[in-house]
Write a protein that binds this ligand. Structure first.
Ligand SMILES: *Cc1c(COP(=O)(O)O)cnc(C)c1O
Length: 397
């Protein structure tokens, strides 16, 4: 075998494959409406781009410390102190090449063969593959619609064994958009503290919230919980900076030091210019964020109502992020022009082929009864796309 066992076990991302297929068809001249995007459709705000240009002009184009420059770490600490009531020192912060890289570093640093990692499903596509790469075993907790896609403390308690190392929490969630309330986090924290497992809290959608929902980081509940949390966040989603690749993690100093050593031999520092841009994002005006969220809120209201008006489709109303995760269970087993649709993957394939609409199969996120649509696209596209889905579903028999 040429390819190592570790890497051979890793699957291609279905989300990226769907995007690629949709783009291919669009290039062939088909009028495709894409709901696959995992990134905001807004431009990076001007003041952030200006900071990057300035960095280049001033020659800020060399290596920075591998774990990120001091000024940015200090701005991250200030943000967490002021917005999340969390007190971290700079040596408890690492800046990485995107939140994804921060999560990868954390999992590789904490987990190995013999360990178990508890992962609530539906999950973001990269977690299982990262856990697999570390050699640890994935333990899934199923959540559903009826419970707003949230893990209960009883479920968590049942999933824990003496080998459990880490519990992964992500809210607002990709793909469901669910957001945990403080009381729910307190219940989970009790179980986490009782068994002293680590919690990786992926807070990348922290700023994208609706209905006046408050964001509470599980790390901010108490000092003990903070010690067991690896908090991950970044600028990609909040400031429409996905291509800049800046994310960060905060945790106990020993963990951050180990992650920094690992990073220093893999990527070294994240791009110096992007770090300056991220600094501008965190310390500059924040109205760009609220404007984007306002626009997302309009689209969310529209898309949820419209999806729920389709017979056989039911859609949870998300409290955050920019995805909807409608249930299509009732439609499975039906046919479109004689083509049998038995899985979310087949549903998304036939929908793309026959109705020119790209959605991501729920199986990519661990549940075959759903599909994921991103509403990081214009309201006009959403209207057109959902109309096509409605027509498509009405022709199923
Ligand atoms: C987009 C996303 C990330 C990765 O963000 P980057 O900073 O672009 O690497 C991490 N977690 C979730 C749940 C995401 O959806």
């Amino acid at each position: 075998m040429v390819i190592s066992k570790r890497i051979n076990s890793i699957k291609e991302s279905i989300t990226l494959a769907t995007e690629a297929k949709a783009k291919q068809l669009a290039r062939e001249g088909r009028d495709i409406i894409g709901f696959g995007a995992g990134e905001p459709d807004f431009d990076t705000p001007t003041h952030i781009k200006e900071a990057a240009k300035k960095a280049i002009e001033e020659g800020f184009t060399k290596y920075t410390p591998a774990s990120g420059m001091k000024e940015l770490k200090s701005a991250i600490c200030k943000k967490l102190r002021e917005e999340n009531n969390l007190f971290y020192r700079e040596n408890q912060v690492i800046v990485s090449c995107g939140a994804k890289h921060a999560i990868f570093n954390a999992i590789m640093t904490l987990c190995e063969e013999g360990d178990e990692v508890i992962l609530p499903s539906p999950f973001w596509v990269s977690y299982p593959e990262m856990i697999r790469a570390s050699g640890a075993k994935i333990v899934i907790i199923e959540t559903d619609h009826k419970n707003d896609f949230k893990v209960t403390s009883e479920q968590l308690e049942r999933a824990i064994t003496p080998r459990t190392k880490l519990f992964i929490l992500n809210y607002p969630s990709n793909p469901t958009g669910t957001v945990y309330l403080k009381e729910e986090l307190e219940e989970l924290a009790k179980v986490i503290l009782k068994h002293r497992i680590f919690c990786l809290s992926d807070e990348i959608y922290e700023k994208i919230l609706y209905d006046n929902t408050d964001f509470v980081s599980i790390a901010s509940l108490n000092e003990e919980m903070k010690d067991l949390t690896i908090l991950v966040n970044g600028v990609s989603k909040a400031y429409s900076m996905t291509g800049w690749r800046i994310g960060y993690a905060c945790a106990d100093e020993k963990i951050i030091q180990a992650m920094s050593s690992f990073q220093s031999h893999s990527t070294s520092n994240p791009t110096s210019i992007s770090q300056k841009a991220a600094l501008a994002a965190l310390t500059g005006p924040q109205d760009c964020v609220s404007k984007m969220v306002e626009e997302f809120a309009k689209r969310r209201n529209y898309i949820v109502d419209k999806l729920n008006s389709i017979k056989g489709v039911s859609c949870f109303k998300p409290k955050g992020a920019f995805y909807v995760f409608p249930c299509i269970k009732e439609l499975l087993g039906k046919k479109y022009k004689g083509k049998l649709i038995e899985s979310s993957l087949q549903f998304s394939e036939v929908l793309l082929e026959e109705a020119n609409v790209a959605v991501v199969a729920g199986i990519a996120f661990g549940n075959d009864d759903y599909i994921r649509l991103s509403y990081a696209t214009s309201l006009r596209n959403i209207e057109k796309g959902i109309d096509r889905i409605k027509d498509f579903v009405e022709k199923l028999n």
